[in-house]
Design a protein around this ligand. Structure first.
Ligand code: GLN
Length: 242
């Protein structure tokens, strides 16, 4: 693991709802400010994924129509690559539509789309309304409880299987399905969450956790002046009422 963070964005055009691309910009800036190199590549429809080609893989959210294209591609073209990447400890952040595709299946209207099967979950529909609003969750990634704050907007309900660990506990908002009290999923360095936002600019601590994990660093990254990032975090929590 070197001094350059190599990030691969999956479907950067199709899966970029709510400016999820802002997450990539924040990763880039926080690396550059610390003298860590940053390289961004993309893996689009029809392109197999090189598991050695990046330290951090990223999938944003998407509308059902775009998600359907990506679901088939993930299952048919990228499946082996993404499993091998997770196996070797690469980090993966998947947001909303991307998160829904990490499991076994995604129910869309009459159709059930395949997932990539990286974590034990499925996403189904319900007759209830879309789950929309500001959200705050409590997360412990190994160094004590922290808060993630953001925004969610999803029709799908995600059910974790017995073998899956949620990313966090809902403080305010709906989370995975509106009633379980859980949000997201975590398996090692793989994180899935419904929090859009973009998520990382409002929760810079998670960006740093991902960078450190992706680079295989045990010690925390050098601190930065986070006045703006902290203000964004406080405002996102305030909006959620947490
Ligand atoms: N299409 C998905 C749903 O509605 C996710 C949408 C999104 O990424 N915001 O459940």
């Amino acid at each position: 693991m070197g001094d350059t963070l190599r990030v691969c964005a999956l479907y950067p055009e199709l899966m970029n709802i709510y400016a999820d691309r802002g997450n990539l910009l924040l990763l880039q800036r926080r690396c550059e400010w610390r003298g860590i190199g940053f390289e961004l590549s993309a893996s689009d429809l029809g392109e197999p994924l090189d598991p050695e080609g990046a330290d951090l893989f990223y999938i944003g959210g998407g509308q059902d129509r775009d998600q359907a294209l990506c679901a088939r591609d993930l299952a048919e073209v990228k499946r082996d690559g993404i499993h091998a990447a997770a196996e070797r400890g690469a980090a993966l952040l998947a947001v909303c539509g991307g998160y829904q595709l990490l499991g076994s299946s995604y129910e869309m209207g009459e159709e059930t789309l395949p997932g990539v099967g990286l974590v034990d979950l499925e996403t189904v529909r319900s007759d209830g309304p879309r789950l929309i609003g500001n959200v705050a969750i409590e997360v412990d990634l190994g160094d004590g409880p922290r808060v993630l704050a953001g925004f969610e907007n999803h029709g799908g309900r995600t059910r974790l299987g017995a073998g899956a660990t949620p990313l966090g506990r809902v403080l305010k908002g709906h989370g995975n399905d509106g009633h379980s009290g859980f949000e997201g999923v975590r398996r090692g360095n793989v994180i899935g969450t419904y929090l859009h936002g973009p998520l990382l600019p409002k929760n810079a601590w998670l960006a740093d956790w991902l960078i450190a994990r992706a680079l295989g660093r045990d010690e925390p990254l050098p601190p930065l002046d986070d006045a703006f990032e902290n203000a964004a975090h406080v405002e996102a929590r305030r909006a959620a009422g947490a």
